[in-house]
Design a protein around this ligand. Structure first.
Ligand code: TPP
Length: 281
């Protein structure tokens, strides 16, 4: 997973640099839009790059409706700007759409299937895993080889519907389903553990009948090797990847700070964030 093609230059760059470039694109879109969920977008960048740039996901940007594609559902839909940056970079739509995000153009603040590459509406938390389980169930019935991935927030796991879907998936042995949890430890205003503790989180998933993997959610090689594993499951269980991440990852004053869950960024802080990201890109 060392290199990827950079569409605008025709050259190559490391996937680590790709991730920082995606952060810059998301930052710029939020700055222009006047507000956005930058913290929870930055925590999932490497997960998306591992799926879309490292090609863990079997997909074709020129045929978003290809019947045999893997499905990716962003259940934590508020972080859509990160997915938009990645989808634009992979060629699902033009980069210029990021410029008028959330201002009546193609890209709304939350995902919408009218956007190429977006499978379902999300943003109301707690639904993505149920939809993903339904898609995986259908795929298993029709003996398709495709894998369905759903990316959830850890705070999102306070929703009871997540656990109903977890039961359903294990009961039906949906080995073609991979949940990814962005375990950044923060919810809107503070820590997930202070608000409504999730720990022992891995044990909960295990007891629901899932195969559980904990990973550094900012390590692209580790993520890629787990996503490859989702393609050839060994034991008939659905799989969950608990990705340890940092909310606001990549910008020092945003990291681990709930202030950056949602809101505007002023010009001065925008410039500081941009410089930091450019310095490490
Ligand atoms: C059903 C529902 N309730 C509340 C919200 C408001 N909300 C948006 S983001 C968020 C925090 C979710 O925390 P987490 O899933 O950990 O997201 P992250 O911290 O990664 O951004 C909440 C409560 C929502 N979108 N949907």
């Amino acid at each position: 997973v060392a290199v990827s093609l950079r569409p605008d230059s025709g050259g190559e760059e490391s996937l680590v640099a790709t991730a920082q470039r995606m952060r810059l694109a998301a930052l710029e879109a939020v700055f222009r839009a006047g507000k956005g969920h930058i913290g929870g977008a930055f925590s999932i960048i490497e997960i998306l790059v591992a799926l879309y740039h490292a090609e863990s996901l079997r997909h074709d940007p020129l045929r978003p409706g290809w019947a045999d594609r893997d499905r990716f559902l962003l259940s934590k839909g508020h972080a859509a700007v990160a997915l938009y940056a990645v989808l634009a970079d992979r060629g699902y739509f033009e980069n210029r759409h990021l410029e008028d995000m959330n201002r009546g153009g193609l890209l709304s603040e939350h995902p919408d299937p009218r956007i190429p590459g977006i499978e379902v509406v999300s943003g109301s938390l707690g639904h993505g895993l149920s939809v993903a389980a339904g898609i995986a169930f259908g795929g298993a019935l029709s003996k398709r080889a495709a894998v369905t991935f759903a990316l959830l927030g850890d705070g999102e796991c306070n929703e009871g519907s997540v656990w109903e879907a977890a039961m359903f998936a294990a009961h039906h042995r949906l080995a073609n389903l991979c949940a990814i949890i962005d375990r950044n430890g923060l919810i809107t205003h503070g820590s997930t553990e202070e608000f409504n503790g999730l720990e022992p989180f891995s044990d909960k998933w295990r007891s629901f009948g899932w195969d559980v993997f904990e990973v550094d959610g900012h390590s692209i090689p580790e993520l890629v090797s787990l996503f490859l594993r989702a393609r050839s499951p060994l034991n008939g269980k659905p799989m969950v990847v608990i990705a340890e991440t940092v909310k606001g990852k990549g910008v020092s004053f945003m990291e681990g700070n709930p202030r950056w869950h949602h809101g505007p960024i002023d010009s001065e802080l925008y410039e500081r964030a941009k410089q930091e990201l450019q310095g490490s890109a």
